[in-house]
Design a protein around this ligand. Structure first.
Ligand code: FAD
Length: 352
């Protein structure tokens, strides 16, 4: 038997950032990850944005989690010798006069000065912006696959990684110890994203998964460095490549790209993009979204040494660093979780 302090299932954003926190705390960690299946993290646009939606809503816990993840990602970049964190303004051109008035009223009403500034008309030639728009600062995007590859190498070097599909039938749980094949640990944490629907210990949690598609486009005559968002978004990836996104579908949960997905995105992009483009790629994934839009952290109602870290939904990049630390504090110091994130809020749904 090989003894560890923690077994983690899944190496998406959730499992990776938790594994990293535990390794930094000098814990012996084993991450089991099925490399043969598609994942949400592999196709995430990676956008972080403190002010979202038609009503300029402030992202949940933005004032806490945004400064936290900035420091976290910058220090992780150094440790993994890669550059995956891209902070940039997010430009929202007003779609029409009505939206302009609505946004200006909201910026007056709420105290958004920290994040929002006004942009004059027609400063860009590549997108429609005759009325001007808004810049959101503290926004940007993370190249999630690049970050996860760097972390995987770090886990491999630490003897903390094994490519393997976790077999729930092979799990044995006692009060003191988790046994899985020839591995043992006092605690196990499941971080399988959408695949938690197949996990006998946590499939009762109220997920509300949302399929999403994105496109990769090539544009020779586009030079905007900011993310542009008007119903759909354009992220500059470098080398004249751009990601367009994204769709939300709740009824056809599969990992396949579709012509409808492409049309839905290009239909919106064509309304504001003035430059010609060529679609060179398309991706699809399933977001581990939850019914109350809050993450799922905590331990199983019966097996106190079986944990979950999931439900990062549409905001994995913004939520994962801060909540990985919350998980660390729970696992190591039995510190209370933020109640809105604790799965205790759903214990009444669990039946044996
Ligand atoms: C189209 C699209 C666009 C998105 N855009 C953004 C965005 O702009 N910004 C943002 O913050 N978020 C975005 N997201 C959401 C983001 O992708 C998720 O919040 C995040 O990736 C979830 O990470 P996770 O680790 O929980 O799940 P996943 O990334 O799905 O990882 C789960 C891991 O568990 C492993 N696994 C599952 N079952 C097993 C098993 N039985 N045995 C072993 N391993 C297993 C899988 O192999 C995988 O590695 C987007 C998602 C989609 C689909």
């Amino acid at each position: 038997m090989r003894q560890f302090d923690y077994i983690i299932v899944g190496q998406g954003i959730a499992g990776s950032l938790l594994g990293y926190q535990l390794l930094k705390a000098d814990r012996r960690v084993l991450i089991l990850n099925d490399e043969s299946i598609p994942t949400s993290s592999a196709v995430a646009g990676g956008i972080f944005n403190p002010i979202t939606g038609k009503n300029l809503d402030k992202t949940w816990l933005a004032d806490t989690i945004f400064p936290y993840f900035k420091d976290f990602y910058l220090s992780l970049e150094k440790e993994t010798y890669s550059r995956f964190y891209h902070e940039t303004n997010l430009f929202r051109p007003y779609a029409n006069e009505q939206q302009r008035r609505h946004f200006l009223q909201l910026t007056d009403e709420y105290d958004l000065d920290q994040y929002i500034s006004l942009v004059k008309p027609n400063i860009y030639t590549e997108v429609e912006n005759p009325l001007g728009g808004l810049y959101t600062s503290s926004a940007g995007w993370v190249d999630v696959p690049l970050m996860l590859e760097g972390l995987k190498q770090l886990f491999i070097q630490s003897g903390a990684y094994q490519a393997e599909k976790f077999d729930y039938q092979a799990l044995e749980i006692s009060e003191e110890q988790i046994s899985y094949k020839n591995f043992q640990a006092p605690k196990i944490i499941f971080c399988e994203g959408y695949y938690a629907s197949q996990n006998p210990y946590f499939k009762w949690l109220p997920f509300n998964p949302a399929k999403g598609e994105t496109l990769i486009a090539s544009m020779a005559d586009y030079s905007i460095k900011e993310i542009v968002n008007q119903g759909s978004w354009i992220i500059p990836l470098g080398n004249q490549q751009y990601r367009f996104g994204s769709t939300y579908v709740w009824n056809q949960l599969n990992w396949h790209t579709t012509p409808e997905g492409e049309e839905a995105i290009t239909g919106k992009i064509d309304k504001f993009l003035k430059t010609s483009y060529q679609i060179i790629g398309q991706q699809a994934g399933i977001r581990p979204t939850t019914k109350d839009r809050r993450p799922f952290l905590g331990n199983h109602p019966v097996h106190s040494n079986v944990y979950v870290f999931n439900g990062l939904g549409t905001k994995g990049v913004s939520l994962a660093p801060y909540f990985a630390e919350q998980m660390l504090n729970l696992l190591e110091k039995n510190k209370d979780l933020i109640p809105d994130s604790n799965i205790q809020r759903f214990y009444s749904l669990y039946s044996l």
